[in-house]
Design a protein around this ligand. Sequence first.
Ligand code: NAD
Ligand code: MG
Length: 335
Amino acid sequence: MENTENKMSRRQAIGGLGLGIVAAASSPVLGSAASLGAYSLAPAIEDPLSKYPRPPFKEQKQAWPGLASQMDPRPDHGETSYKGSGRLTGRKALITGGDSGMGRAAAIAYAREGADVAINYLPAEEQDAREVIALIKKEGRRAVAIPGDLRDESFCKRLVDQAVKELGGLDILVNNAARQQTRESILDISSEDFDATMKTNVYAPFWVTKAALPHLKPGSVIIATTSVQASDPSAELFDYAQTKAANTAYVRSLAKQLGPKGIRVNGVAPGPIWTPLQVSGGATMEKLKNFGGDTPMGRPGQPAELASIYVQLAATDASYATGQVYGAAGGGGQP
Ligand code: NAD
Ligand code: MG
């Protein structure tokens, strides 16, 4: 433990040195401030190993669906770090599960890139959602909060209608919400359980996409959050892993169907990421304590580390990327 702390402080010292070099590089001695201005905005080089918390993590358990604000350590969704550069100016995005985790990281990044953003979440997550809404508004963008349960087909339709009405259109749809409950045996999965996972992870994206499609013009994008579980399923995530394989097939099939209409469909496949889903029944306590420890990086990812992928897939300059699944799994999760 002592050794790790020593290592950390040495790395932090090196990080500090990096900042010094950037400051020196933008000094007038080396070039005009105007020509080097852009470079001075670039963050100093960081070691991904020491950038974020590593296991062991404290034991913690929350009732589903969990709150990011109650996690220890608190996840990083890019609240203080994500810097936009106008890549999505004027775009209108709907993100399911936008209150926490990857959805929240995408919502913050989209707003900082100039998009108006609607988020959906469960009523129990109002507290997390309020933080996100405040961050979007702080960017001067329109923020729309639409709580409701995606397992209900009629709500999925209302969600899209309300988002379109309040945003004044829709051109980015992120199907990100999901349910994950760990069960040691298939015998422990009730039909109600299985149904809830399928409804949230497979039916809801189907219903939301059907409702959204008539509003999507050429240049619009659909992004699904899938998982490494799609190709490397865990024994104790029998039902969830099947839904993630379905999400990947959703991306690959729909991209072929919508390519001729100029609508791109892509996926993001995270590895172990530090989010409420994991502390509210998604992982066993054993797995949680060593969360991400078995990846080559030896730590879980933070939602902020995937934000730029959601931005990239939505941006116009990625115009030839469709039917793809971009991964971020700390070196693990290869099929
Ligand atoms: P999260 O708990 O922060 O986000 C999931 C969200 O889903 C919740 O915030 C909730 O708002 C929403 N949700 C769940 N059931 C719902 C329902 N019935 N109605 C409406 N909303 C509902 O966790 P996360 O890890 O950021 O999850 C986001 C996506 O990332 C999911 O698709 C998940 O499968 C995927 N993923 C996560 C990990 C990980 O390790 N955390 C790994 C791979 C993939
Ligand atoms: Mg949440």
